[in-house]
Design a protein around this ligand. Sequence first.
Ligand code: G1P
Length: 297
Amino acid sequence: MSAIQKAVIPAAGLGTRFLPATKATPKEMLPVVDKPAIQYVVEEAVAAGLSDVLMVTGRNKRPLEDHFDRNYELEEALARKGDADRLAKVQESSDLATMHYVRQGDPRGLGHAVLCAAPHVGDQPFAVLLGDDLIDPRDPLLKRMAEIQAQEGGSVIALMEVDPAQIHMYGCAAVAPTGDSDVVRVTGLVEKPDPSEAPSNLAIIGRYVLDPAVFEVLRKTEPGRGNEIQLTDALQKLAEDESLGGPVHGVVFKGRRYDTGDRGDYLRAIVRLAAEREDLGPDFKKWLRDYVEEECP
Ligand code: G1P
């Protein structure tokens, strides 16, 4: 298995798409059913064997630190009541991983957020998980990416086929086939291209296993799209010139992915995940069926 131990989770974004909910609450704390979105992401990292998690935060992100810390007052109150189930739920997030935090003082883009992780990461390959993408735990992706990284060296990104009309919302990869049907060689990358100029319909989804050489490239990467330092631009340089830090491969994901960065997709994610839950699902689906019959003929 992989030697990758560290996960980096950028979480400094302002979450403006969810205002006013995100005026005083980080968007990462918005619940997906009954768990904050960010907890799913940390759970995914831990399930792939990454128990050292660095979150790149910013101002107004204190609730993230509190969520992954102990809450003695609440724990004592629940213990006194003998409410073991809820006590376990409270303790789950603080027992999950070894959490570290670094602040991104200026919001200068995803590439800059990843660069803030350099002192913590050191010189080992590491994973980056973006909080807006939730990957269904039944369809493990990171483990496969770590496997390819161990085999091929360099960096590995997660790709997914999207409707060509949607490609302008993502980083997009030009690729060449390999001997593995789910793995491609990345020959070029472009951040949020116009559909008419996109080299493929393969979108970068928010999972990366990166060679630490990316830090040196990021230090030299000029602001790109949106005047932000783009991780995609740094990876493009790595893909173009292997001598900088090995090749870039892509794992083409065909599993279930939920986008919680957009309000419509966020609602769809909640409905799906609630419907599949053993405790809530049966009643919720029954209500949903009736609701659809009555309200959405
Ligand atoms: C970021 C990346 C983009 C990637 C996307 C995946 O964009 O810059 O390349 O496709 O995440 O969610 P953002 O959605 O943060 O604008």
